[in-house]
Design a binder for this molecule. Structure first.
Ligand SMILES: Cc1cc2nc3c(=O)[nH]c(=O)nc-3n(C[C@H](O)[C@H](O)[C@H](O)COP(=O)(O)OP(=O)(O)OC[C@H]3O[C@@H](n4cnc5c(N)ncnc54)[C@H](O)[C@@H]3O)c2cc1C
Length: 410
Protein backbone atom coordinates (compact mmCIF):
# COMPACT_ATOMS: atom_id res chain seq x y z
CA UNK A 1 0.00 0.00 0.00
CA UNK A 2 1.43 3.35 -1.16
CA UNK A 3 0.02 6.49 0.47
CA UNK A 4 0.93 9.97 -0.80
CA UNK A 5 0.33 12.92 1.51
CA UNK A 6 0.21 16.34 -0.16
CA UNK A 7 1.36 19.01 2.33
CA UNK A 8 3.73 18.67 5.27
CA UNK A 9 1.99 20.87 7.86
CA UNK A 10 0.67 19.37 11.11
CA UNK A 11 -2.19 17.62 9.29
CA UNK A 12 0.10 16.05 6.68
CA UNK A 13 2.69 14.92 9.21
CA UNK A 14 0.08 13.41 11.55
CA UNK A 15 -1.67 11.62 8.66
CA UNK A 16 1.62 10.25 7.30
CA UNK A 17 2.81 8.94 10.67
CA UNK A 18 -0.52 7.26 11.32
CA UNK A 19 -0.57 5.65 7.83
CA UNK A 20 2.91 4.27 8.38
CA UNK A 21 2.06 3.00 11.88
CA UNK A 22 -1.08 1.34 10.46
CA UNK A 23 1.13 -0.71 8.12
CA UNK A 24 1.46 1.19 4.83
CA UNK A 25 4.45 -0.11 2.82
CA UNK A 26 5.35 3.32 1.57
CA UNK A 27 4.29 6.79 2.71
CA UNK A 28 5.56 9.96 1.01
CA UNK A 29 4.97 13.54 2.18
CA UNK A 30 5.16 15.99 -0.73
CA UNK A 31 5.81 19.51 0.59
CA UNK A 32 6.34 22.61 -1.54
CA UNK A 33 8.28 24.52 1.16
CA UNK A 34 11.89 23.87 2.10
CA UNK A 35 10.89 22.44 5.49
CA UNK A 36 8.06 20.58 7.18
CA UNK A 37 5.71 22.39 9.58
CA UNK A 38 3.20 24.37 7.51
CA UNK A 39 2.28 27.62 9.29
CA UNK A 40 3.48 26.42 12.70
CA UNK A 41 7.08 27.72 12.59
CA UNK A 42 5.82 31.31 12.36
CA UNK A 43 3.35 30.87 15.26
CA UNK A 44 5.86 31.47 18.06
CA UNK A 45 3.16 32.00 20.70
CA UNK A 46 2.03 29.15 22.95
CA UNK A 47 -1.38 27.49 22.88
CA UNK A 48 -0.57 24.40 20.81
CA UNK A 49 -0.55 20.76 21.87
CA UNK A 50 -2.50 20.73 25.14
CA UNK A 51 -4.79 17.91 23.98
CA UNK A 52 -2.47 16.13 21.50
CA UNK A 53 0.75 16.07 23.55
CA UNK A 54 -0.64 17.02 26.99
CA UNK A 55 1.63 20.10 27.07
CA UNK A 56 1.24 23.77 26.20
CA UNK A 57 3.72 24.22 23.32
CA UNK A 58 4.63 26.96 20.87
CA UNK A 59 3.98 26.38 17.16
CA UNK A 60 7.66 25.56 16.37
CA UNK A 61 7.79 23.13 19.33
CA UNK A 62 4.63 21.37 18.16
CA UNK A 63 6.04 21.11 14.63
CA UNK A 64 9.32 19.74 15.98
CA UNK A 65 7.51 16.96 17.88
CA UNK A 66 5.67 15.94 14.73
CA UNK A 67 8.87 16.12 12.64
CA UNK A 68 10.53 13.73 15.13
CA UNK A 69 7.55 11.35 14.76
CA UNK A 70 7.87 11.53 10.95
CA UNK A 71 11.57 10.74 11.13
CA UNK A 72 11.06 7.86 13.57
CA UNK A 73 8.42 6.25 11.35
CA UNK A 74 10.49 6.11 8.14
CA UNK A 75 8.13 8.29 6.16
CA UNK A 76 9.74 9.59 2.93
CA UNK A 77 9.80 13.39 2.73
CA UNK A 78 10.10 15.31 -0.54
CA UNK A 79 10.78 18.99 0.11
CA UNK A 80 10.64 21.85 -2.42
CA UNK A 81 8.19 19.60 -4.28
CA UNK A 82 4.82 21.03 -5.27
CA UNK A 83 1.87 19.04 -6.58
CA UNK A 84 0.77 21.07 -9.60
CA UNK A 85 -1.91 18.74 -10.90
CA UNK A 86 -4.10 16.00 -9.41
CA UNK A 87 -6.11 13.65 -11.60
CA UNK A 88 -9.23 11.70 -10.62
CA UNK A 89 -7.30 8.40 -11.05
CA UNK A 90 -5.03 9.67 -8.21
CA UNK A 91 -2.08 10.50 -10.47
CA UNK A 92 -0.17 13.44 -9.00
CA UNK A 93 2.07 15.64 -11.13
CA UNK A 94 4.82 17.19 -9.05
CA UNK A 95 7.26 19.99 -9.76
CA UNK A 96 10.55 19.11 -7.99
CA UNK A 97 14.06 20.61 -8.05
CA UNK A 98 15.02 17.72 -10.37
CA UNK A 99 12.15 18.20 -12.84
CA UNK A 100 8.59 16.99 -13.17
CA UNK A 101 7.65 13.72 -11.41
CA UNK A 102 4.54 11.57 -11.62
CA UNK A 103 3.27 9.30 -8.85
CA UNK A 104 0.16 7.13 -8.75
CA UNK A 105 -0.44 6.09 -5.12
CA UNK A 106 -3.15 3.76 -3.84
CA UNK A 107 -4.44 6.53 -1.58
CA UNK A 108 -3.94 10.32 -1.59
CA UNK A 109 -4.36 12.49 1.49
CA UNK A 110 -4.63 16.21 0.73
CA UNK A 111 -3.30 18.19 3.72
CA UNK A 112 -2.81 21.43 1.83
CA UNK A 113 -3.98 23.92 4.48
CA UNK A 114 -5.72 27.23 3.84
CA UNK A 115 -4.94 30.60 2.32
CA UNK A 116 -5.72 34.01 3.75
CA UNK A 117 -8.40 36.19 2.23
CA UNK A 118 -6.50 39.15 0.72
CA UNK A 119 -7.56 42.82 0.49
CA UNK A 120 -9.05 42.31 -2.97
CA UNK A 121 -11.48 39.71 -1.63
CA UNK A 122 -13.12 42.27 0.67
CA UNK A 123 -12.82 45.22 -1.72
CA UNK A 124 -11.83 48.14 0.55
CA UNK A 125 -11.94 51.35 -1.52
CA UNK A 126 -8.92 53.63 -1.75
CA UNK A 127 -5.48 53.66 -3.33
CA UNK A 128 -3.05 50.77 -3.39
CA UNK A 129 -0.19 52.02 -1.21
CA UNK A 130 2.45 49.82 0.42
CA UNK A 131 1.76 48.86 4.03
CA UNK A 132 -1.30 46.60 3.65
CA UNK A 133 -0.52 43.05 4.80
CA UNK A 134 -2.47 39.94 5.59
CA UNK A 135 -1.92 38.86 9.21
CA UNK A 136 -0.08 35.68 8.20
CA UNK A 137 2.32 37.63 5.96
CA UNK A 138 2.98 40.19 8.73
CA UNK A 139 3.55 37.34 11.19
CA UNK A 140 5.96 35.59 8.77
CA UNK A 141 7.94 38.81 8.19
CA UNK A 142 8.29 39.51 11.93
CA UNK A 143 8.83 36.00 13.29
CA UNK A 144 10.75 34.29 10.47
CA UNK A 145 12.41 37.09 8.51
CA UNK A 146 13.00 39.47 11.43
CA UNK A 147 11.60 42.61 9.75
CA UNK A 148 9.72 45.44 11.41
CA UNK A 149 6.45 45.58 9.51
CA UNK A 150 5.09 48.93 10.76
CA UNK A 151 5.21 51.47 13.58
CA UNK A 152 1.58 52.69 13.62
CA UNK A 153 -0.80 49.84 12.99
CA UNK A 154 -4.51 49.16 12.55
CA UNK A 155 -5.92 45.62 12.37
CA UNK A 156 -9.11 44.61 10.57
CA UNK A 157 -10.64 41.38 11.88
CA UNK A 158 -10.77 40.04 15.44
CA UNK A 159 -10.33 36.31 14.82
CA UNK A 160 -7.56 34.63 16.81
CA UNK A 161 -4.99 35.28 14.08
CA UNK A 162 -5.81 39.03 14.04
CA UNK A 163 -5.67 39.24 17.85
CA UNK A 164 -2.36 37.37 18.07
CA UNK A 165 -0.82 39.51 15.32
CA UNK A 166 -1.99 42.73 17.06
CA UNK A 167 -0.23 41.64 20.26
CA UNK A 168 2.89 40.56 18.37
CA UNK A 169 3.19 43.97 16.74
CA UNK A 170 2.66 45.71 20.10
CA UNK A 171 5.42 43.54 21.58
CA UNK A 172 7.70 44.63 18.71
CA UNK A 173 7.15 48.25 19.78
CA UNK A 174 4.46 49.29 17.30
CA UNK A 175 1.50 51.38 18.41
CA UNK A 176 -1.61 49.36 17.59
CA UNK A 177 -4.39 51.95 17.27
CA UNK A 178 -7.22 49.46 17.25
CA UNK A 179 -8.81 46.27 15.96
CA UNK A 180 -12.07 46.63 14.01
CA UNK A 181 -14.59 43.80 13.79
CA UNK A 182 -17.58 43.81 11.45
CA UNK A 183 -19.63 41.53 13.69
CA UNK A 184 -21.11 42.72 17.02
CA UNK A 185 -18.97 40.10 18.84
CA UNK A 186 -15.24 39.29 18.73
CA UNK A 187 -14.25 36.58 16.23
CA UNK A 188 -11.57 35.04 18.47
CA UNK A 189 -11.49 33.29 21.81
CA UNK A 190 -12.29 35.27 24.99
CA UNK A 191 -8.84 34.48 26.41
CA UNK A 192 -7.19 35.95 23.32
CA UNK A 193 -9.31 39.14 23.57
CA UNK A 194 -8.09 39.49 27.17
CA UNK A 195 -4.44 38.51 26.65
CA UNK A 196 -3.84 40.12 23.26
CA UNK A 197 -5.95 43.30 23.41
CA UNK A 198 -7.10 44.22 26.93
CA UNK A 199 -3.71 43.46 28.52
CA UNK A 200 -2.08 45.76 25.93
CA UNK A 201 -4.73 48.51 26.01
CA UNK A 202 -5.59 47.94 22.34
CA UNK A 203 -9.16 49.11 21.61
CA UNK A 204 -11.59 46.62 20.03
CA UNK A 205 -14.21 48.31 17.83
CA UNK A 206 -17.12 45.89 17.35
CA UNK A 207 -19.59 46.46 14.46
CA UNK A 208 -16.93 48.56 12.70
CA UNK A 209 -15.01 48.21 9.46
CA UNK A 210 -12.30 49.95 7.45
CA UNK A 211 -14.02 52.03 4.77
CA UNK A 212 -10.99 53.57 3.07
CA UNK A 213 -7.21 53.28 2.88
CA UNK A 214 -5.50 56.67 2.50
CA UNK A 215 -1.99 57.28 1.13
CA UNK A 216 -0.21 57.04 -2.20
CA UNK A 217 3.29 55.55 -1.69
CA UNK A 218 2.72 54.15 1.82
CA UNK A 219 -0.44 53.91 3.95
CA UNK A 220 -0.94 57.26 5.72
CA UNK A 221 -4.27 56.60 7.45
CA UNK A 222 -7.36 54.40 7.45
CA UNK A 223 -10.98 55.48 7.76
CA UNK A 224 -13.09 53.32 10.06
CA UNK A 225 -16.88 53.49 10.44
CA UNK A 226 -19.63 51.81 12.41
CA UNK A 227 -21.73 49.21 10.60
CA UNK A 228 -25.41 48.47 11.10
CA UNK A 229 -27.40 45.90 9.11
CA UNK A 230 -24.49 45.50 6.70
CA UNK A 231 -24.26 49.26 5.93
CA UNK A 232 -21.88 51.90 7.28
CA UNK A 233 -23.57 54.48 9.51
CA UNK A 234 -23.09 58.05 8.14
CA UNK A 235 -21.30 60.41 10.50
CA UNK A 236 -19.49 57.66 12.45
CA UNK A 237 -16.25 57.72 10.43
CA UNK A 238 -12.97 58.14 12.32
CA UNK A 239 -9.52 58.53 10.78
CA UNK A 240 -6.62 56.61 12.32
CA UNK A 241 -3.16 57.93 11.32
CA UNK A 242 -1.34 54.65 10.68
CA UNK A 243 1.38 53.42 8.32
CA UNK A 244 0.21 49.80 8.29
CA UNK A 245 -3.10 48.00 7.86
CA UNK A 246 -3.18 44.31 8.83
CA UNK A 247 -6.02 42.25 7.35
CA UNK A 248 -7.21 39.21 9.22
CA UNK A 249 -10.45 38.57 7.42
CA UNK A 250 -10.64 34.82 7.19
CA UNK A 251 -9.04 31.71 5.77
CA UNK A 252 -10.19 29.70 2.77
CA UNK A 253 -9.25 26.02 2.28
CA UNK A 254 -6.80 25.48 -0.60
CA UNK A 255 -9.21 23.68 -2.90
CA UNK A 256 -7.54 23.89 -6.34
CA UNK A 257 -6.25 20.31 -6.45
CA UNK A 258 -9.45 18.94 -4.95
CA UNK A 259 -11.44 20.80 -7.61
CA UNK A 260 -9.17 19.37 -10.33
CA UNK A 261 -10.14 15.88 -9.18
CA UNK A 262 -13.73 16.74 -10.10
CA UNK A 263 -14.99 16.88 -6.52
CA UNK A 264 -17.76 19.45 -5.88
CA UNK A 265 -16.88 22.20 -3.39
CA UNK A 266 -19.32 22.84 -0.53
CA UNK A 267 -20.13 26.55 -0.18
CA UNK A 268 -20.08 26.49 3.61
CA UNK A 269 -16.67 24.81 4.07
CA UNK A 270 -15.00 25.80 0.78
CA UNK A 271 -13.82 22.21 0.31
CA UNK A 272 -15.04 18.72 -0.63
CA UNK A 273 -17.54 16.71 1.42
CA UNK A 274 -15.94 13.98 3.56
CA UNK A 275 -17.07 11.12 5.76
CA UNK A 276 -15.91 10.47 9.33
CA UNK A 277 -12.60 9.12 8.00
CA UNK A 278 -12.11 12.30 5.93
CA UNK A 279 -12.59 10.28 2.76
CA UNK A 280 -14.18 12.22 -0.10
CA UNK A 281 -16.72 10.88 -2.57
CA UNK A 282 -13.74 9.59 -4.59
CA UNK A 283 -12.65 6.32 -2.95
CA UNK A 284 -9.09 6.50 -1.63
CA UNK A 285 -8.96 10.32 -1.74
CA UNK A 286 -8.92 12.11 1.61
CA UNK A 287 -8.86 15.77 2.68
CA UNK A 288 -7.68 16.75 6.18
CA UNK A 289 -6.70 19.73 8.33
CA UNK A 290 -7.48 23.27 7.23
CA UNK A 291 -7.88 21.91 3.70
CA UNK A 292 -11.23 20.37 4.66
CA UNK A 293 -12.52 23.27 6.82
CA UNK A 294 -10.98 25.81 9.17
CA UNK A 295 -10.13 24.41 12.62
CA UNK A 296 -9.29 26.60 15.60
CA UNK A 297 -7.00 24.10 17.32
CA UNK A 298 -4.05 22.35 15.75
CA UNK A 299 -4.59 19.47 18.20
CA UNK A 300 -7.87 18.63 16.49
CA UNK A 301 -6.21 19.03 13.10
CA UNK A 302 -3.58 16.44 14.04
CA UNK A 303 -6.06 14.06 15.68
CA UNK A 304 -8.47 14.10 12.73
CA UNK A 305 -5.66 13.71 10.21
CA UNK A 306 -4.45 10.61 12.10
CA UNK A 307 -7.90 9.08 11.58
CA UNK A 308 -7.56 9.57 7.81
CA UNK A 309 -4.00 8.17 7.77
CA UNK A 310 -4.88 4.87 9.39
CA UNK A 311 -8.13 4.52 7.40
CA UNK A 312 -6.30 5.06 4.10
CA UNK A 313 -4.30 1.90 4.77
CA UNK A 314 -7.34 -0.23 5.64
CA UNK A 315 -9.34 1.21 2.76
CA UNK A 316 -11.12 -1.41 0.67
CA UNK A 317 -13.52 0.77 -1.32
CA UNK A 318 -16.10 3.22 -0.13
CA UNK A 319 -19.13 2.08 1.84
CA UNK A 320 -22.31 2.59 -0.17
CA UNK A 321 -24.33 2.87 3.07
CA UNK A 322 -24.10 6.60 3.50
CA UNK A 323 -26.09 9.18 5.43
CA UNK A 324 -25.72 12.91 4.85
CA UNK A 325 -25.18 15.52 7.59
CA UNK A 326 -26.08 19.13 6.82
CA UNK A 327 -25.77 22.35 8.83
CA UNK A 328 -29.19 23.38 10.17
CA UNK A 329 -30.45 26.56 11.87
CA UNK A 330 -27.71 28.38 13.80
CA UNK A 331 -24.91 26.12 12.51
CA UNK A 332 -22.42 27.34 9.93
CA UNK A 333 -20.18 24.31 9.42
CA UNK A 334 -20.49 20.55 10.00
CA UNK A 335 -17.64 18.08 9.53
CA UNK A 336 -18.07 15.32 8.37
CA UNK A 337 -20.89 15.80 5.89
CA UNK A 338 -21.24 12.06 5.21
CA UNK A 339 -21.46 9.12 7.60
CA UNK A 340 -20.25 5.77 6.32
CA UNK A 341 -22.59 3.46 8.20
CA UNK A 342 -21.83 -0.05 9.42
CA UNK A 343 -18.39 0.95 10.67
CA UNK A 344 -17.60 -0.27 14.17
CA UNK A 345 -16.49 3.02 15.74
CA UNK A 346 -19.02 5.74 16.54
CA UNK A 347 -18.13 8.76 14.40
CA UNK A 348 -17.09 12.13 15.79
CA UNK A 349 -19.12 15.08 14.47
CA UNK A 350 -17.74 18.62 14.64
CA UNK A 351 -19.62 21.88 14.18
CA UNK A 352 -19.28 25.65 14.34
CA UNK A 353 -22.16 27.94 15.27
CA UNK A 354 -23.08 31.04 13.25
CA UNK A 355 -23.21 33.42 16.26
CA UNK A 356 -22.36 33.16 19.97
CA UNK A 357 -24.81 31.02 21.99
CA UNK A 358 -24.40 31.46 25.79
CA UNK A 359 -26.66 28.48 26.61
CA UNK A 360 -28.28 26.24 24.04
CA UNK A 361 -29.09 22.76 22.81
CA UNK A 362 -27.62 21.12 19.70
CA UNK A 363 -29.95 18.68 17.96
CA UNK A 364 -29.25 16.05 15.32
CA UNK A 365 -32.50 15.56 13.47
CA UNK A 366 -34.00 13.42 10.71
CA UNK A 367 -36.93 15.49 9.49
CA UNK A 368 -38.94 16.25 12.64
CA UNK A 369 -37.41 13.34 14.58
CA UNK A 370 -34.63 14.15 17.06
CA UNK A 371 -31.92 11.47 16.91
CA UNK A 372 -29.57 13.02 19.46
CA UNK A 373 -29.42 16.15 21.61
CA UNK A 374 -26.79 17.78 23.78
CA UNK A 375 -26.88 20.89 25.95
CA UNK A 376 -24.00 23.34 25.48
CA UNK A 377 -22.83 26.50 27.22
CA UNK A 378 -20.70 29.20 25.64
CA UNK A 379 -20.71 28.11 21.98
CA UNK A 380 -18.73 30.56 19.82
CA UNK A 381 -18.26 30.83 16.04
CA UNK A 382 -14.49 30.83 16.62
CA UNK A 383 -14.52 27.35 18.12
CA UNK A 384 -15.12 23.99 16.50
CA UNK A 385 -17.31 22.07 18.98
CA UNK A 386 -17.75 18.32 19.11
CA UNK A 387 -21.24 16.79 19.07
CA UNK A 388 -21.00 13.53 21.02
CA UNK A 389 -22.98 10.72 19.40
CA UNK A 390 -23.82 7.63 21.44
CA UNK A 391 -23.59 4.07 20.08
CA UNK A 392 -27.39 3.54 20.01
CA UNK A 393 -27.94 6.95 18.35
CA UNK A 394 -25.41 6.10 15.64
CA UNK A 395 -27.00 2.69 15.04
CA UNK A 396 -30.41 4.41 14.58
CA UNK A 397 -29.12 6.25 11.48
CA UNK A 398 -30.10 4.57 8.21
CA UNK A 399 -28.53 4.64 4.73
CA UNK A 400 -29.94 7.54 2.69
CA UNK A 401 -30.86 9.57 5.80
CA UNK A 402 -30.55 13.33 5.47
CA UNK A 403 -29.67 14.61 8.94
CA UNK A 404 -29.47 18.22 10.12
CA UNK A 405 -27.42 19.51 13.00
CA UNK A 406 -29.01 22.65 14.45
CA UNK A 407 -28.83 24.68 17.63
CA UNK A 408 -31.59 26.32 19.57
CA UNK A 409 -31.61 28.61 22.57
CA UNK A 410 -34.01 28.09 25.46
C1 LIG B 1 -1.39 33.11 12.17
C2 LIG B 1 -1.90 31.82 12.75
C3 LIG B 1 -1.95 31.63 14.15
C4 LIG B 1 -2.42 30.41 14.69
N1 LIG B 1 -2.44 30.21 16.06
C5 LIG B 1 -2.84 29.00 16.59
C6 LIG B 1 -2.83 28.71 18.02
O1 LIG B 1 -2.45 29.57 18.83
N2 LIG B 1 -3.21 27.47 18.46
C7 LIG B 1 -3.62 26.50 17.58
O2 LIG B 1 -3.95 25.39 17.99
N3 LIG B 1 -3.66 26.77 16.23
C8 LIG B 1 -3.29 27.98 15.73
N4 LIG B 1 -3.31 28.21 14.38
C9 LIG B 1 -3.90 27.20 13.54
C10 LIG B 1 -2.94 26.12 13.10
O3 LIG B 1 -1.73 26.69 12.73
C11 LIG B 1 -3.59 25.39 11.96
O4 LIG B 1 -4.74 24.77 12.51
C12 LIG B 1 -2.71 24.33 11.34
O5 LIG B 1 -1.47 24.85 10.95
C13 LIG B 1 -3.39 23.72 10.12
O6 LIG B 1 -2.59 22.69 9.68
P1 LIG B 1 -2.62 22.16 8.18
O7 LIG B 1 -1.57 21.10 8.13
O8 LIG B 1 -3.99 21.84 7.80
O9 LIG B 1 -2.20 23.41 7.28
P2 LIG B 1 -0.83 24.21 7.14
O10 LIG B 1 -0.14 24.37 8.43
O11 LIG B 1 -1.18 25.44 6.38
O12 LIG B 1 0.06 23.26 6.19
C14 LIG B 1 -0.26 23.02 4.84
C15 LIG B 1 1.01 22.63 4.10
O13 LIG B 1 0.68 22.20 2.80
C16 LIG B 1 1.65 22.66 1.88
N5 LIG B 1 1.08 22.66 0.53
C17 LIG B 1 -0.03 23.33 0.12
N6 LIG B 1 -0.27 23.08 -1.19
C18 LIG B 1 0.70 22.24 -1.61
C19 LIG B 1 0.99 21.62 -2.88
N7 LIG B 1 0.21 21.83 -3.95
N8 LIG B 1 2.06 20.81 -2.97
C20 LIG B 1 2.85 20.59 -1.87
N9 LIG B 1 2.63 21.16 -0.66
C21 LIG B 1 1.56 21.97 -0.52
C22 LIG B 1 2.00 24.05 2.43
O14 LIG B 1 3.25 24.49 1.97
C23 LIG B 1 1.99 23.79 3.94
O15 LIG B 1 3.25 23.41 4.42
C24 LIG B 1 -2.86 29.41 13.82
C25 LIG B 1 -2.83 29.62 12.42
C26 LIG B 1 -2.36 30.80 11.87
C27 LIG B 1 -2.35 30.98 10.35
Amino acid sequence: MFVAVVGGGPAGMAAAVSAKRAGADRVVIIERAERLGGVLPQCIHSGFGVNYYGEDLTGPEFAERLRADVKASSVEVWLNAMVIEARPDKTLIISTPHGISFVKPDAVIFAVGARERPRGAIAIPGARPAGVYTAGTAQYMINIQGFEVGKEVFVLGSGDIGLITARRMALEGAKVHGVAELMPFPGGLARNVQQCLKDFNIPLLLSHTVTEVLGSERVEAVKVAQVENGKTVPGTEKVFPVDTLVLSVGLLPEAELIRQMGLPILPYTGSAAVDQFFQTDLPGVYVVGNGVGIWDLVDNVAMSASVAGSHAVKYEGRSSDLAEVLPGVGVRVVIPQRLSLGESDVPRIWFRVACPIPVGVALLTRGEEVIARKGFAGLKPAEMAEFPLKEEQYRAIRPGDKLHLRVQQP
